[in-house]
Design a protein around this ligand. Structure first.
Ligand SMILES: *Cc1c(COP(=O)(O)O)cnc(C)c1O
Length: 375
């Protein structure tokens, strides 16, 4: 049967992306990705892989040898962390204060770990004292997992404190820094975090599709000492390292998304040029600008200033205003995307991202003025 539909090339309307991700992509990153594809074992591509690993160590503030990108989005970083560290029966404490903590718990279940959860209210931090108490009651715990920057609630938890508690209890830590990397302070080595993963689409000004992960020596030892095979072939660290690190020659594992790696490289290069501390400072300054503008409009920020993420702002929807209608109008009239609330926040808040290339004064002005126009 003939297909009567007329098919045409796709040309998206340019939008300003100020939701929870993906965020605005820098033109330099898009240009890098439009370059000719080369083979994934081409010496030039192998040189690029080396450079990406070195720039990733800069971004994570780590000397970890096992620092690499994974050819799949941030969620794959999460799955890789749990798949490699956990063996069936291992006791794992997961601290939950939003959607991504819940997903971590689901990963533990699927890896057949023995799950212990700690819950904190949405919009508040992971409570270090609860972790201390839980580890005292579960002395056989092997791994502690929590989210650094909880994108569903706009909350930053104290990674250094939580990793210290985990380490003192003889546990390895898994830290979700998907929304943190490039936007707020993250010091993998100084904070002695064991497995930390992130993604390209939040504060790196890069499209979605790649995750970034780093393993401490202790975590690498744990993976080497496993009694059972990692249940995911694709995410098995030992196989991935033969591809990303193979001495003298790379072993074919999968075909890296070559052009996506050009984009990641350019994004990491730009972060390096700007300087990590300057990037953190820019996100903070743009948050202050947004806070002033939205507060002037009478809008309230949900998260306490002490642990509010500058790059992900959760704002209450005013009484009598339709949360979804405003988002639709922002998109249709101003080509501006902001995010909806999830879970207990659904229908009650907007999530306004200031991530990576989106953390610019012109974006803040657009967001404030269009909301002013609609409210
Ligand atoms: C976005 C996000 C993820 C998942 O990343 P994807 O690229 O959507 O797979 C995981 N954790 C947190 C905290 C996130 O914000």
């Amino acid at each position: 049967m003939a297909d009567s539909k007329v098919h045409r090339s796709f040309h998206p309307t340019p939008r300003t992306l100020m939701g929870p991700g993906p965020s605005d992509v820098h033109p330099r990153v898009l240009a890098a990705m439009a370059q000719p594809t080369i083979g994934h074992l081409d010496p030039e591509f192998i040189g690029l892989m080396e450079d990406i690993k070195s720039l990733l160590r800069y971004a994570f503030k780590t000397q970890n040898t096992l620092t690499l990108p994974l050819s799949a989005p941030g969620s794959a970083g999460m799955e890789a962390a749990f798949a490699n560290l956990i063996e069936p029966g291992d006791k794992v404490v997961v601290c939950i204060n939003g959607v991504f903590g819940m997903r971590m718990a689901e990963n533990v279940r699927r890896m057949r770990g023995e799950l212990v959860t700690i819950e904190d209210d949405w919009g508040t931090q992971v409570d270090p004292q609860k972790l201390r108490d839980t580890l005292a009651a579960h002395a056989d715990t092997k791994v502690v997992a929590f989210v650094h920057a909880e994108t569903s609630t706009g909350v930053c938890s104290d990674v250094a404190a939580l990793c210290t508690i985990a380490r003192e209890a003889g546990c390895l830590s898994i830290v979700d820094s998907v929304t943190a990397l490039g936007g707020i302070e993250l010091c993998v080595d100084a904070w002695q975090a064991d497995v930390v993963y992130s993604g390209t689409q939040k504060c790196l000004s890069c499209p979605p599709g790649i995750s970034l992960i780093t393993f401490s020596d202790a975590a690498a030892e744990r993976v080497k000492a496993r009694n059972t095979a990692v249940q995911s072939w694709f995410l098995d660290l030992s196989l991935l390292m033969a591809y990303w690190q193979g001495d003298g020659g790379r072993t074919y594992h999968h075909t890296a998304p070559v052009n996506a790696m050009y984009g990641l490289h350019e994004a990491l290069l730009m972060l390096h040029e700007e300087g990590l501390e300057n990037a953190w400072q820019r996100h903070r300054a743009m948050h202050d600008l947004l806070f002033a503008g939205l507060t002037d409009l009478g809008l309230n920020f949900v998260v306490d200033a002490a642990y509010r993420l500058p790059q992900l702002n959760v704002v209450s929807v005013p009484e009598g205003v339709s949360e979804a209608d405003v988002r639709t109008q922002l998109l249709e009239e101003f080509n501006l995307e902001i995010g909806a609330g999830l879970g207990v926040f659904a229908g009650k808040v907007w999530r306004i991202g200031l991530m990576g290339y989106a953390a610019r004064a012109e974006n803040v002005k657009l967001c404030v003025s269009s909301l002013q126009n609609l409210l």
